[in-house]
Design a protein around this ligand. Structure first.
Ligand SMILES: [Zn+2]
Length: 263
């Protein structure tokens, strides 16, 4: 036996390995009591949760090729840095927008689970996916800011799902989170059921950077986070408020977006 193998033979397991074994045992125990479920359909899944294979394959991830500006998928590769006709005809106030997935069945169940079923553990997972889908944006961001709720709605709903997602994105990307950098200064109607023009009107002037936060925003590259993008009216209004306060640029990262003409 060489000194080397002798040492290996008698060397006690490292503290790290003991801790890992304890964690694994703990996880086995919680799995026994609460087997991990698919985040979208509650089917049992192996490992530490996530999506079941069916939901995972049904989730329509948005990947390149897409419009560099709006992040809307292209049917075929249009070359590096290509922008959609929509982005050129009607440039948004934000610099870039990215989303993890198209807002259809599975994405909707995840968003609703977070929003209406208080499944806050979803935010952590969704935030990690968002940070991955928006890696270029998080890389350039100085500050992560959620689309805020009006305080009256926050009071009745108890939490703002966009703030939970923003916190998860910021933690995953190692960026500063600024939940109070933007406020909703007037209550707005739910955007559901409104036309694009009505949505624009509904949120115009609804957001503001409070005076005591202007310094934190001025000159910074801000990553604005929301759960879902439909027409973009909300994130555009929020972007304008951040730019008015002197933000150098605003990028938008959402979990899901409505994608037309992809079906
Ligand atoms: Zn599932």
């Amino acid at each position: 036996m060489t000194p080397d193998t002798a040492e290996r033979f008698i060397k006690p397991p490292s503290a790290a390995r003991l801790a890992a074994a304890a964690r694994a045992a703990g996880r086995a125990l919680t799995d026994l009591i609460l087997p991990p479920q698919c985040l979208a359909c509650d089917r049992r899944v192996a490992g530490d949760g996530g999506l079941c294979p069916e939901c995972w394959s049904a989730l329509r991830l948005i990947e390149r090729p897409y419009c560099e500006r709006l992040g809307t998928p292209f049917p075929y590769d249009m070359g590096d840095g290509a922008e959609s006709a929509e982005a050129i005809a009607d440039p948004p106030p934000f610099r870039r927008c990215r989303a993890v997935a198209a807002y259809d069945d599975v994405a909707r169940r995840l968003v609703h689970g977070l929003k209406y079923r208080d499944r806050l553990e979803l935010a952590g997972r969704m935030g990690v996916w968002m940070a991955r889908a928006g890696a270029e944006l998080t890389g350039d961001a100085d500050l992560v800011v959620p689309v805020p709720m009006h305080r009256r709605r926050l009071w009745s709903r108890r939490f703002n799902q966009s703030a939970n997602l923003a916190a998860a994105v910021a933690a995953s990307a190692g960026k500063a989170l600024a939940t109070a950098a933007l406020v909703r200064v007037r209550p707005t109607r739910q955007q559901v059921g409104l036309t694009a023009a009505e949505r624009d009107r509904n949120v115009r002037g609804a957001f503001q950077v409070p005076d005591d936060r202007r310094l934190a925003v001025a000159g910074r590259s801000v990553l604005l986070v929301d759960d879902v993008l439909t027409t973009g009216a909300t994130v555009k209004a929020a972007t304008r408020a951040l730019l008015r306060a002197g933000a150098a640029a605003v990028d938008v990262l959402v979990f899901a977006r409505v994608v037309r003409g992809l079906d």
